[in-house]
Design a protein around this ligand. Sequence first.
Ligand code: ADP
Ligand code: MG
Length: 728
Amino acid sequence: MGTNARQQAIQAIAAARHTLNNHDFRTEHLKDLFGAAVFHEEEQKARLPKPVFKALQKTIKLGVPLDSTVADAVASAMKDWAIEHGATHYTHLFQPMTGLTAEKHDSFLSPTGTGRAIAEFSGKELVKGEPDASSFPSGGIRATFEARGYTGWDPTSPAYIRETPNGATLVIPTVFVSWTGEALDKKTPLLRSMEALSVQALRILRLFGNTEAKKVFTTVGPEQEYFLIDKNFLFARPDLMNAGRTVFGAKPPKGQELEDQYFGTIPERVIACMADAEAEMFKLGIPVKTRHNEVAPSQYEIAPIFEDSNLATDHNQLCMDVLRRTAEKYDLVCLMHEKPFAGINGSGKHNNWSMSTDSGENLLNPGDTPHDNAQFLVFCVAVIRAVAKYPELLRVSVASAGNDHRLGANEAPPAIISIFLGDQLQDVMEQLEANALKSTKQGGYMEVGVTVLPKLPKDAGDRNRTSPFAFTGNKFEFRAVGSSFSIAGPNTVLNTIVAESLDFIATALEKATGGDLSKLNKALQDLMPGILKESKKVIFNGDGYSEEWHKEAERRGLPNLKNTVDAIPTIISKASIDLFGKYKVFTERELQARYTIFCESYVKTVNIEANLMVSMAKTMILPAAVRYQGEVATAVNASKAAGVDCAAQLDHLKELTTTLTTFQKALAALEKAHGHHADGTPYDHAKHFRDHVLPKMVELRTAADTLETMVADDLWPLPTYREMLFIK
Ligand code: ADP
Ligand code: MG
């Protein structure tokens, strides 16, 4: 055996023994674990004086501001609780526009002035923090003189304990804003969009005679896909290490064609890792429910029970974090990238979404009575209208350099945004629309508010996996979200566009009924068909991967924003500025900032990948290929000298040399394209990378992957797909 990095990795894996029983559920009970590390409602109730507890609950559930004495009391109880759990520090956790989470730790330590110290934590420290955050992307919002944005406590997402090897940290979820109040993070706009939707949804509920509901929440259950491979491979693959995906790698002899992975038996080391990660998540109060093998080899999925969008977003960030950290304990690495391996399935995040009242009524649940059905139809039609009106915004909410490898390829939803309704609901919508034309003469047609809907199947077998946006019985599933994304962005868009539709419908209905609820059915009958007529172009129940659909979508005038660079300008379109401005989710300046950050982040990502390709090509692949070329040439010469026929070896040498020449030319071309930077705006740079750098990366990869199939195995330095995906 040789000793290159690849061979060492395989030897290390073969020799490794792992401890697989870090958690033993024969002695640990789920119900004891769940929420053990969270300062949840029960814990608050037990530790806070009654009036303080009540005030805090009012803040959490209804958004009532908290006064400073209450904040002091909460902080003090939180600190005592945290210290009992081994905490020495606290941190304001925030979600900057990198899509990751950020934190700075401060200790509870407070010197007494007598040479000793006590632990202290004030309401002021709980409520507001000032991280030195000048190096987070702000898209130009924060000039250096006002560099210090601040973090503000989000009481609707409970504080929790993060255990570390030596103790623990109290983690306080926060928003991150500039001193002028502009959002510098992903949470602030999400909260604003939830508020906007709540206001509009309540107007609809009042029209249906609901006087009880105080708030409407959007709910989300994100299904998270990821890969787990042995960590030793990572050390031998600079691309996986720095870009999270392989920029080289020939197709393995066996891929996913046998379809033997999906829902297959989970390998032992992997299931131990999953169980460990789940135990950590239970402690953090994340209601994880489902785990299984995914379609690609070494690909898995984890899904929680849905929660309100804010909590679901925080919990999904935590879920990714826990998965990454737990994987390390098992010498595995968790890959969250949308496309770590070319040619086999990538990873996404199905964003299951609905709306719910504060008493837990799911507004996308059809219900059993005509009244409930009518209300359901209004909310459902509002969603359809929203997606039909703003498909570009949904598209850009899932755009990234990573997701570009996935969307539109034949394994993930197409880049064309359309809605799948399923046969039954489709039929209902058609009748609803037809009603306007056929009027009451057609006794067979349904009348909103009078007819009971047929039962809509939940989880029907015919669920269309090729649709980016599907109705699944009592919720919609937005399937185009990338696996590494924060779900805050897509949900901010979804909430806002639906808020706009609910606003539109509520305004029309309020006008038509003049406050007389007995006129509601007639008003609905008059209003809905027109909306459906306008919006139905976005409904498509067929195969979203097919060529015909692409043509049909074009005929219907649906946008097909094929890649991130095509999608980015949508952010600062007039429609976007008007919409987000009207519902106070983003100011124009905030959108401008996000537009800049999108461009920059695209450029940075592709730039890193191009750098990696050049350096790996030069220092790993080229030397291996040249060494092998030398070996073959030596053999040819020796054969000739010995006077034997070596025509076949000579052919091989020629073929190898031709491929190597192609490879070196592609390498030079990539270096040239990459070295030449476009002048101008961040958007010009993004276009340059898409149009000039990416195509050269593809050419270089093709040549390198051919070399991988020719060069002697013992000389090839990079772990192959066959090894990374199948050696466990
Ligand atoms: P699958 O799509 O794999 O068949 P389910 O349909 O049962 O599984 O659920 C998928 C995800 O949708 C889960 O995370 C679940 O909690 C979530 N979900 C179910 N109901 C809602 C809802 N009302 N709002 C948001 N998410 C929901
Ligand atoms: Mg699903």
